[in-house]
Design a protein. Sequence first.
Lengths: 209, 209
Amino acid sequence: MEYTVHKLSEIAGVSERTLRYYDQIGLLKPNKINASGYRIYSSNEVDVLQQILFYKELGIELSSIKKIITNPKFDYTESLKKHLLNLEQKKENLEILINNVKNTILSKEGDKIMSDKEKFEGFKNKMIEENEEKYGDEIREKYGNEEIEASNRKIKNMTKEDYDKIQKLSLEVNETLKLAFEQGDPTSELAMKACKLHKEWLTYFWSSY
Amino acid sequence: MEYTVHKLSEIAGVSERTLRYYDQIGLLKPNKINASGYRIYSSNEVDVLQQILFYKELGIELSSIKKIITNPKFDYTESLKKHLLNLEQKKENLEILINNVKNTILSKEGDKIMSDKEKFEGFKNKMIEENEEKYGDEIREKYGNEEIEASNRKIKNMTKEDYDKIQKLSLEVNETLKLAFEQGDPTSELAMKACKLHKEWLTYFWSSY
DNA sequence: TATATACTATTACGCTACGTCAATGTCAAT
DNA sequence: ATTGACATTGACGTAGCGTAATAGTATATA
């Protein structure tokens, strides 16, 4: 599959600006630039973007992420397994925080006494930075072999595309409706537009069956 | 207990710069300034700082946090209970991400096929955070409006309810559709159900005008 | 008493990871 | 032929601090 900035930004949930910025700093270059100068991303970039977001989730800076994923010794699956551990640690940390809140509520209701120190358990962020160093030294070589059946994928992607379009339309309808309600003017032009969009949605819906 | 910047920064795990910055922007003023111009924080500020960090954990901007905690209607324990819910949602989201990583590993090992969109599940916490922010503002804005306009409120609330229902329905439709596509069976019962739901949605849509 | 050290203060410039225009070009469909 | 949705490249703005630089203060030890 090939994606433009807009499409990739949609499926990945990041802004177009973000993608252009990542291109600019050399973190994620598109697969190619077409005749009109448009950025064209392939499935490969999709995977890299996913990796980038994993690292971002762990609070690692973009410059460090760049170093990590451009490292020739970088092992994709190995990296994922580390993500797993880190995310699980993050989850544990969150559980501590949740306990903290519970305790604080109890203490506020007079059923418990908390020391000032206890009030800040679960906020630790230093661990993450330490992990960053660990990531720096990756020692292993591997190249994932990615050859999946083409026919199966195509069908899947096609229905997938349909679904995406439908969902996008639906979102638009909702957005428009929201605006209409917020402006307290259900009889406005916006409402008309919503009707139009909805009609389009409807068409799509029926045509796919 | 009384704390200087250094001591508070130690027990809270934030930098001194951060505390001075929070003072500067009026987010967390020290209890008093001593004769030498030193910032002196009391237990009260410790609690406020804890609150601030909770909100920060949810990705809320400092300016918004300031609005929230300086609001005369701000209820400490009530806020904590909300934190609990939010953090638990965040935990759920993290679990989705963890599953995502697991699936990605499986797909890399050839045991699973993932669509490009699936690769980004669990990264959507932005949406959640943004919604939280918006909801917070909306709630407060409405409280403000409520005092002014009483008659308009009813209508507004009704349309708001309608909107919520519509959106919920729409989500259901999408969910059902998604399932139908995933099972690769667009002619199935699920599709029928989607049609039903959609009809309901449609009814709602038109009845509101 | 002098000095080292540990802490405090206030500017003030720098940085990251984008958001947000603005001006302009391209593409597809009406 | 025009519109509207998409793309491009600058360029400036912002949040939340980090990081000096410079200077005053508190306290323990020589």
